[in-house]
Design a protein around this ligand. Structure first.
Ligand SMILES: [Cu+2]
Length: 119
C-alpha cells in the first residue's frame, strides 16, 4: 500500500516538473504577417508584423513579448528610436507625420518592418 502511494507521489512530481519545464520554453510567436490591431504592435518570435498602417495622430505601442531585448528604430534615424526594450516592456510613438517609415531592430539584422501613416 505504501509503495503504491509513493509511486503516485513520484509520478505527480514528475509530471509537474515536465509541465513547468515545457511551459518555460513556450512563448508566443505572433510576429510576421500584417497587423490587425494597428495601434498595438507585438514583437514576438524575433519579428515585427511586416506592415502596420495607422491614421496620422495615432499613438502606436510596440510591446516586446520575446525573452531578449529589441529596439524599434526608424531607418531614417530621426523619426523614432525606442532604445533597448526589455522583455514585457513597451515603447510608444505618436505618429504625427504622414508617410511610410521603414524601421528595424538595432540588435537583430533580420528584424525589419514598415509603419505606414495615412491621412
Ligand atoms: Cu531585436
Amino acid at each position: 500500500m505504501k509503495t503504491k502511494y509513493f509511486a503516485i507521489f513520484i509520478a505527480t512530481g514528475l509530471s509537474i516538473a515536465f509541465f513547468s519545464c515545457s511551459k518555460s520554453k513556450t512563448y508566443s510567436t505572433g510576429g510576421g504577417g500584417n497587423n490587425n490591431n494597428p495601434n498595438s504592435i507585438a514583437i514576438s518570435g524575433m519579428a515585427f508584423p511586416a506592415t502596420t498602417t495607422v491614421k496620422v495622430g495615432s499613438t502606436v505601442t510596440w510591446t516586446n513579448n520575446d525573452p531578449m531585448a529589441h529596439t524599434v528604430t526608424s531607418d531614417d534615424g530621426v523619426s523614432f528610436n525606442s532604445g533597448s526594450i526589455e522583455y514585457g516592456k513597451s515603447f510608444s510613438y505618436t505618429a504625427n507625420t504622414v508617410g511610410s517609415f521603414a524601421y528595424h531592430c538595432n540588435f537583430h539584422a533580420t528584424m525589419k518592418a514598415t509603419l505606414v501613416v495615412t491621412q
